[in-house]
Design a protein. Structure first.
Length: 346
């Protein structure tokens, strides 16, 4: 369960509930967010299941520094997953701050920076609840065989994988942030997705173990070539819906390949945080606090049109992507016992 004790610190959070940043304001919005997450996930989940999440958290936290309240909302969402892949990690201190809010039962791994250029100095992280998920001591980055991509390139942002177990369910996660801007003569989005999917499908078959490919794949629709690069390699891709705030792009996906007899999909969805926190109707409430902290990110210029800017501004507090999740069954005790009973009967 996420920690809330710091909300009592008057030094960080003034008392009151009328304006953003006040302890009561944050508590009210956490209550609303918890109610939304309960209705979508907690109240519907099976007792023996695993919730796998993925979220590209915009410039976490290498752009304009987030308000303290934003960390509470981010932690609350992740706390409703059992394990979550995070893309676009820019600052390790941001991860440490997040972990303090998630509590001591949570742990995380983070990979190395992919460097500049196509790598955009990004890292990726796996955050998991140790009460529900066990790390299986396998972790690494996906390095491609020579010549598999055009120009003998590697993936722009090196995919990050790790092996875990929840109940009976053994699985490997591979998180990726596929390039967005494409350049002639260099690997395209579908090229990157295709080679990752091909390698993971082969590994899943060799290990007879489910491999879950998830992250920000910058897929615009489920009809384009980038999406087909997943399905052409036999990946099952639940339709979680659009993950851009505009509700038009299917950027983020969770796909899995491997033995289907142990991959019982129970549910899936996307978290529309903007319906609960940093809502459109709260634009005026945040104008003063936004102007008092800093000018527009990346420009150094004051906000000239807050009505137009707010929708972008809030993505630097939360993200320009929506979190996605799937629920998978992890207890196969009944099936196992039936197999024994059937063998005896024969």
């Amino acid at each position: 369960m996420a920690f809330y004790q710091s909300l009592k610190s008057a030094r960080v959070y003034p008392k009151g509930r009328e304006v953003p940043g006040q302890s009561g304001w944050i508590a009210d919005h956490l209550l609303a967010l918890r109610a939304s997450l309960r209705a979508q996930i907690t109240d519907r989940r099976r007792p023996n299941s695993l919730i796998v999440g993925s979220w590209n958290i915009r410039h976490f936290d290498g752009g304009r520094k987030r308000l303290p309240e934003s960390y509470h909302y981010i932690a609350e969402i992740i706390d409703h997953f059992d394990i979550c892949a995070i893309q676009e990690v820019k600052d390790l201190e941001a991860m440490e701050r997040l972990m303090k809010l998630l509590g001591p039962n949570w742990d995380f791994f983070v990979n190395d920076s992919s460097g500049g250029g196509r790598g955009n100095h990004e890292r990726m992280a796996f955050v998991y609840n140790r009460n529900r998920v066990r790390f299986r001591n396998l972790i690494g980055e996906l390095v491609l065989p020579k010549g598999i991509l055009p120009g003998d390139e590697q993936i722009g942002r090196t995919p990050f994988f790790a092996a875990f177990q929840a109940g009976w369910f053994r699985f490997t996660l591979c998180s990726a942030h596929i390039i967005f801007e494409e350049q002639e003569g260099r690997p395209l989005r579908e090229d990157e997705i295709r080679v990752i999917a091909s390698i993971l499908k082969e590994r899943a078959e060799e290990a007879d173990e489910v491999h879950i490919f998830l992250g920000d794949m910058n897929i615009e629709s489920r009809e384009d070539d980038a999406f087909k690069a997943l399905t052409d390699h036999g990946f099952i891709v639940p339709d979680v819906g659009p993950t851009s705030l505009t509700g038009t792009k299917h950027y983020d996906q969770i796909a899995f390949a491997g033995p289907q007899d142990v991959t019982h999909l129970l549910g899936h969805g996307v978290i529309r945080w903007q319906d609960v926190v940093y809502r459109e109707d709260q634009r005026d409430s945040y104008e003063a606090i936004a102007r008092s902290i800093r000018d527009a990110p990346d420009t150094g210029k004051p906000y000239s049109n807050w009505t137009r800017t707010y929708s972008s501004w809030r993505t630097h507090e939360m993200s320009d992507h929506l979190p996605v999740w799937i629920e998978i069954e992890v207890d196969y005790s009944d099936d196992y016992l039936r197999s024994i009973a059937g063998a005896v009967a024969e």
